[in-house]
Design a protein around this ligand. Structure first.
Ligand SMILES: Nc1ncnc2c1ncn2[C@@H]1O[C@H](COP(=O)(O)OP(=O)(O)OP(=O)(O)O)[C@@H](O)[C@H]1O
Length: 466
């Protein structure tokens, strides 16, 4: 118990945990749009000039030597400067001869654009239907999102065809006909086996969320099998915010002689995310606390993470019965239903999303200002071990690319308290305590952070608009 207590900060430090933001007492409504736009330019530019920030860079995109059509795409996305990972990784990935890469960078720091730019720089667009780059992701949502990023950054690249290899997307008659293919490992494997995906000319394999994808307890076997069917000389890029030691060793075998960009444990947390925890009296009270938070959750958009599909359904049912508007998304839903639910959330039509770990990684919705860990993430036999990596990925759904956000983890008994305490110690996080007994203070602490995130004019669904 003492461990977590030692990581509690004083109440008035709560808003301070989200540095370099507008005065938190100033809500979006009280700030004029023009002034505000100026503020934000300065704020993001400030972060990008701060050598300590993961968004820092000294170069411009032009200096990285990418083709003009790609630079035009970056301009259209309003990407003014590369982030640190983009600046460091890109020159290594696009240089010849092609070299493998294992790259780690905090959540929301632009890893996707780093590997997407490499794909766009490597494919020969005179062969638009010949698969040349394959990107693998752990969920259909992430595969679709990456497909969208490629299409947006590549909007000025003539003849670019990008296809998603996820269930229900590739017709049996035509098979895969695209230069860039983004998929989930099971579907990709099926397509290759059925000879509907010609992999003979692939020159690039990207694995996003690579520690999760290569984990031998999970998708690892499938990824190894896919790789075994690809040309031996293929360039391999592995990206994630987390690389636990055991998976990292395996990653080095999977992508031999790779250049590496690694971070220490304590560098992994994103400064813009104010991490808090809620001391619930017991498990049965967690639901009431959640309902009390509901008003704050709808100021921006929020994601509530739970352990099982059943509890996602159950919380949705109860909250709706109590008159709240929420959506639930998990692996039991049909693919197209899942797509529609996430699209609604991205566009702001729904503001509160209850989900499982299926959406813990990679999903980029810039309007998310709050993440709730209704259940502390656990793993291992009997799910008795705190899942450090999943915690970091879950909270990383907010605080994207210099934005601010808040995460609230619910604890209610010794076990959940100790698990969160281990997570906090592992990353060296100072968690702010919230109490359901002092609701006014709780509300103020959370609102201060959320209001700061709202004060940004680019506070809207991301540039993809999907
Ligand atoms: N150079 C840039 N300038 C401005 N915005 C950027 C830049 N690069 C990326 N972004 C934006 O930052 C957000 C986060 O990027 P991205 O989704 O690639 O993060 P990530 O590092 O892959 O995070 P995660 O580990 O959660 O998957 C996206 O909305 C993206 O459009």
């Amino acid at each position: 118990m003492a461990d977590l207590a030692s990581r509690i900060t004083k109440p008035d430090e709560a808003a301070g945990a989200a540095p370099q933001v507008e005065d938190p007492t100033e809500g979006a409504n009280s700030v004029g749009i023009v002034e505000n736009a100026y503020d934000v330019e300065v704020k993001l530019a400030d972060l990008q000039n701060d050598a300590e920030s993961p968004l820092f860079s000294v170069q411009s995109f032009e200096e990285l030597g990418l083709p003009k059509a790609i630079n035009d795409g970056l301009l259209a996305m309003n990407f003014k400067k590369p982030s640190k990972i983009q600046e460091r990784a890109l020159p290594l990935m696009i240089s010849d001869p092609p070299t493998n890469m294992i790259a780690q960078s905090q959540s929301g720091t632009g890893k996707t654009a780093a590997f997407v730019l490499t794909c766009l720089a490597r494919v020969d667009l005179s062969k638009p239907q010949q698969p040349q780059a394959l990107l693998l992701a752990p969920s259909r949502e992430l595969a679709r999102q990456i497909q969208g990023v490629i299409q947006t950054i590549g909007q000025f690249c003539e003849n670019l065809i990008v296809q998603a290899a996820i269930p229900g997307e590739v017709s049996r008659e035509t098979g895969v006909r695209a230069s860039i293919v983004v998929g989930t490992p099971g579907t990709v494997m099926d397509l290759i086996r059925r000879r509907q995906f010609d992999v003979s000319q692939l020159k690039l394999l990207v694995i996003d969320e690579a520690d999760n994808m290569l984990d031998q307890q999970g998708l690892g076997e499938q990824c190894v099998r896919v790789k075994g069917l690809l040309p031996k000389t293929i360039q391999i890029l592995l990206f994630s915010a987390t690389f636990p030691d055991n998976v990292h060793r395996f990653a080095q075998k999977f992508a031999p002689n790779a250049n590496e960009i690694k971070l220490r444990h304590t560098e992994l947390t994103v400064k813009g995310i104010s991490q808090m925890y809620m001391d619930c009296p017991d498990e049965s009270k967690k639901y009431d606390v959640l309902c009390k938070l509901y008003g704050l959750m709808t100021i921006g958009s929020s994601v509530i993470f739970v352990r099982t599909r059943e509890s996602a359904n159950e919380i949705q049912r109860r909250m709706e019965a109590d008159g709240h508007k929420v959506s639930a998304l998990h692996g039991a839903f049909e693919g197209q239903n899942r797509d529609a639910l996430l699209d609604d959330f991205r566009s702001g039509r729904s503001k509160v999303l209850i989900t499982t770990n299926v959406l813990a990684r990679g999903i980029d919705v810039s309007s998310v200002s709050m993440v709730i860990n209704y259940d502390i993430p656990m793993k291992g036999p009997g799910a008795g071990v705190p899942d450090m990596e999943t915690y970091l990925h879950r909270i990383g759904r907010t605080g994207r690319f210099g934005r601010v956000g808040v995460s609230i983890s619910f604890v209610y008994d010794r076990r959940s308290y100790e698990a969160l305490s281990e997570i906090a110690n592992h990353y060296g996080i100072d968690l702010v305590q919230l109490s359901p007994d002092d609701w006014d203070l709780t509300e103020k602490k959370v609102q201060d952070v959320i209001k700061s995130s709202r004060a940004r004019p680019d506070y809207a669904p991301n540039a993809l608009g999907n």
